[in-house]
Unconditional design. Structure first.
Length: 234
């Protein structure tokens, strides 16, 4: 086992879905995977391995925010040889042309996190998605008729803030939404030469205040899972 994951080598697939919420990991495993087996309960951060259409797939909760997500991504890549990592989560929209329940594919992720700046103080190192995963996910979502946006997101270090004016300014510069994990996932994928992609559903609108009901969230969440799973096995 690694420090935060209680699995033996070989119990985790090389393709993994990464929801922030561990109970979402349980839901995904029990709803979409055949023969799911729980391999991790350390800190309640549930992880499962099963099969989807005959392919071995894992799903691991990461917690919220980049420090937590980085712990799981580091251990999955370095200790369990995971090669394709796909975040499946939610984001808040910051543009009027992006609506609640839409899907957002993070082509790139801006961040105010110190995690990357600490390693590269002299560069604005760009956090970008794996191109193959990105185009595959986009094609699948389009083919299924889902509303999908592709572009930059902000991986924010804080959920609550006294002043969001700089975040809204990013929206004017084309940034689609705000979430809290994609940038560090892309950073670690670059560092360890593996593939990563972040796919989000829009759960709230930071400008209009538009929100989703829990039934609507569940429906779009399921749409997102299909895109995620089909992308990982392609
Ligand atoms: N995830 C969903 N909505 C969010 C928001 N408004 N800020 C950061 N992360 C989010």
């Amino acid at each position: 086992m690694s420090v935060h994951i209680g699995a033996k080598k070989g119990e985790i697939a090389d393709k993994i879905l990464l929801p922030g919420d561990p109970l979402r990991a349980k839901y995904i495993a029990e709803t979409f995977l055949e023969d799911p087996k729980c391999y991790n309960e350390v800190r309640g951060m549930l992880g499962y391995t099963g099969t989807y259409k005959g392919h071995k797939i894992s799903v691991q909760g990461t917690g919220m925010g980049m420090p937590s997500a980085a712990i799981y991504a580091n251990e999955l890549i370095r200790e369990y040889d995971v090669k394709k990592l796909m975040r499946v989560g939610t984001c808040g929209a910051i543009r009027k042309d992006v609506h609640v329940r839409d899907l957002v594919l993070a082509q790139a992720a801006a961040t105010n996190s110190a995690i990357i700046r600490k390693d590269f103080p002299n560069f604005d190192f760009p956090q970008i998605a794996d191109f193959d995963l990105l185009t595959t996910a986009y094609d699948i979502a389009k083919e299924k008729g889902f509303n999908i946006h592709v572009g930059n997101v902000l991986s924010n270090d804080t959920f609550y803030s006294d002043d969001n004016s700089d975040v809204f300014k990013l929206g004017e510069y084309g940034v689609l939404g705000v979430e809290m994990e994609a940038a560090v996932l892309y950073y670690l994928a670059a560092k360890y030469n593996v593939q990563a992609l972040a796919l989000m559903t829009v759960s709230d609108h930071m400008i209009t205040g538009e929100e989703t009901t829990s039934e609507e969230r569940q429906m779009t969440f399921n749409d997102m899972m299909i895109v995620g799973l089909e992308t990982l096995i392609k």
